[in-house]
Ligand binder design. Structure first.
Ligand code: NDP
Length: 250
């Protein structure tokens, strides 16, 4: 069971893993955790100071030297993402995994009144940029021995819910994209695609979505890391096209 996975100390040794939204929330803890299990982590995010703080934490914990990739997924062009692919190829020469974790909530509003500019932004960051980045990095990912692409969904991506608007729709699209990539690649490459649904987790995004909730009632990002490590490690070779829900509570 992916949720009960007990990682061994070196289970990510030798792997190069890119994490988007690595400066805060679940992405930050995923980056620190991947480094702790032996991976070299490429930290992608839009706030440089946050990436620097994660970089320093990894270094002081004795992890492999990470790299910082500042990028705002809201405005980034496909050309910039292709440039990133060439940069990783030249400087690192390998990419084994990508955790597409960056995301924004938008607003909780009925579709009838949903601000169309906000709708665009949410679709761009959560879905469109995720698609472009995946496509741009595919040449590297496909040449990895056992590459793993992990998208981040949400319970409202699996079951659309009133008032969750663009966020729910962007996550539905992400789940569909993971399914299509899986079907299109499963006979031709070892690269696997899966979605993770972290469930209710103690972060800023969750606090914005549920302002009346006691954050202490929620799992921390650290507590859900076994699933994140499993999907990147060779323990999940053979797991393809799944949506892995890490918690019963959503
Ligand atoms: P946070 O808001 O705490 O963190 C989101 C991260 O994404 C931040 O590092 C943020 O960077 C980054 N980010 C946002 N916009 C951009 C952008 N335009 N370009 C680059 N990076 C960006 O959210 P969570 O940690 O809670 O969420 C992580 C993922 O998990 C999301 O995809 C979310 O939808 C999903 N999720 C979370 C749940 C929860 O309960 N927390 C439940 C279900 C799904 P910065 O800090 O610099 O703004």
């Amino acid at each position: 069971d992916i949720r009960q996975f007990v990682p061994s100390d070196h289970c990510l040794d030798g792997k190069i893993i890119l994490v988007t939204g690595a400066g805060d929330g679940i992405g930050r803890i995923a980056a620190l955790t991947y480094a702790r299990y032996g991976a070299t982590v490429l930290l992608l995010g839009r706030t440089m100071s946050k990436l620097e703080a994660v970089y320093d934490e990894i270094e002081s914990a004795g992890g492999k030297q990470p790299a910082m990739l500042p990028m705002n997924l809201e405005g980034a062009s496909y050309a910039e993402m292709q440039q990133l692919e060439r940069l990783i190829d030249k400087e690192v020469g390998q990419l084994d995994g990508i955790l597409h974790n960056a995301g924004i909530l938008g607003t909780l509003t009925p579709l009838e009144m949903y601000d169309v500019d906000t709708f665009d932004k949410v679709m761009k960051v959560n879905f469109h940029a995720t698609f472009m980045l995946t496509q741009a990095l595919l040449p590297l990912l496909k040449s990895a021995k056992n590459g793993s692409v992990v998208f981040t969904s949400s319970t409202v991506g699996t079951h659309p819910r009133a008032f969750w608007g663009a966020y729910a729709l962007s996550k539905q699209a992400v789940e569909g994209m993971s399914d299509i990539f899986t079907q299109e690649t499963q006979n031709t490459t070892n690269l696997r695609f899966n979605c993770i649904n972290p469930g209710a987790t103690r972060t800023n995004m969750r606090a914005h979505a549920y302002p009346g909730e006691n954050p202490m009632s929620l799992k921390t990002p650290e507590e859900i890391m076994p699933g994140y490590v499993c999907l990147m490690s060779d323990a999940s070779i053979g797991t393809r096209g799944q949506v892995v829900a890490l918690q019963p509570k959503d």
